[in-house]
Design a protein around this ligand. Structure first.
Ligand code: ATR
Length: 282
């Protein structure tokens, strides 16, 4: 990678950022597309968010991704926010504009792209979403905006999920063990808890075949390991399954376009997938 006086600087702020795949992805895009950008990790503590955003702007940084736990906390320091990000209530992307940064959320777009890739048309369908953490916001938004007829949200802490999502039209919140209340057969499922993430690969938020009988397609937004225990159980019960790698990659593709105006080609996407697969096995 050549960095010179013309390089546009991009980066990610979060705490921690060491394990983020975003630098690998964005630098792979730059190389594949021949665009002069350089992308670096910036560990930022919660109390330093305002200083970090103002400092980044003063330094001429073109764009920043925002990761846990700052996706909501960064919003007061933006000069503008995209309507979709405002609806989701979280931004994962800051784009330089005159006078400050505009916030976007490309996580929901990444999830919608994943649905398209597996041919999951949720329009008019009932869906199940497991989890109500940060990642669930964008997924729920994507499901409802893709025309889901109803979304059953199952979470370990039902009260927390109720206070976040209980007021939303077409959403019904249950605790994780109340899956018996969900209708049988044909549902789409989005697994958005952190259960089963490396190194806890033996865990699954639900293991009962009675749950898997209710669903026909499932996305687990985890991508490390490549196949979670949840995915293996779903597959054993006849479900089509896919992991979260495409959500990760396509949220970055959309972010790169917002940062630079350049679309990422199929070649760039394939290169990014190779890099992520290699990195998640080390
Ligand atoms: P993220 O930003 O990845 O969504 P998060 O905000 O910490 O991370 O949310 C993690 C999700 O996984 C939550 O839905 C959490 O359930 P609670 O709201 O009850 O905490 C869920 N989760 C984490 N560990 C879990 C476990 N051992 N069993 C069931 N759900 C779990």
């Amino acid at each position: 990678m050549k960095v010179d006086g013309h390089s546009l600087v991009l980066g990610i702020i979060g705490d921690p950022v060491k394990h983020s795949f975003s630098p690998l992805l964005h630098n792979a895009f730059a190389e594949a597309e021949g665009v002069n950008t350089v992308y670096v990790p910036f560990p930022v503590k919660r109390e330093d968010i305002e200083a970090a955003v103002r400092g980044a702007y003063a330094l001429g940084i073109q764009g920043l991704n925002v990761t846990v736990p700052h996706k909501e906390a960064v919003i007061p320091y933006l000069t503008d926010i995209d309507p979709m990000a405002a609806e989701i209530g979280a931004v994962n992307c800051l784009v330089r504009t005159d006078g400050g940064y505009k916030g976007y959320n490309t996580d929901a777009l990444g999830f919608i792209r994943t649905l398209e890739l597996i041919g999951a048309d949720v329009k008019g369908k009932e869906c199940v979403m497991l989890g109500a953490g940060g990642a669930a916001n964008a997924v729920l938004h994507a499901l409802l905006n893709s025309g889901a007829q109803k979304v059953w949200v199952l979470n370990r802490s039902a009260d927390k999920a109720k206070s976040k999502f209980g007021h939303i039209d077409k959403v019904e919140v249950l605790s994780m063990d109340e899956y018996g209340k969900i209708p049988e057969g044909g549902l789409f499922c989005a697994q958005c808890t952190s259960v089963g993430l490396s190194p806890d690969v033996e865990k699954s938020p639900i293991a009962d075949p009675a749950f898997f009988k209710r669903i026909e397609k499932a996305v687990d937004i985890i991508y490390s390991p490549e196949k979670t225990r949840f995915m293996a159980l779903a597959e054993e019960n006849g479900c089509a399954i896919v992991n979260g790698i495409n959500m990760l990659i396509y949220q970055a593709v959309e972010a790169y376009k917002l940062f630079t105006g350049h679309s990422v080609s199929v070649n760039g996407i394939d290169r990014a997938k190779e890099i992520i697969n290699g990195a998640s096995h080390t």
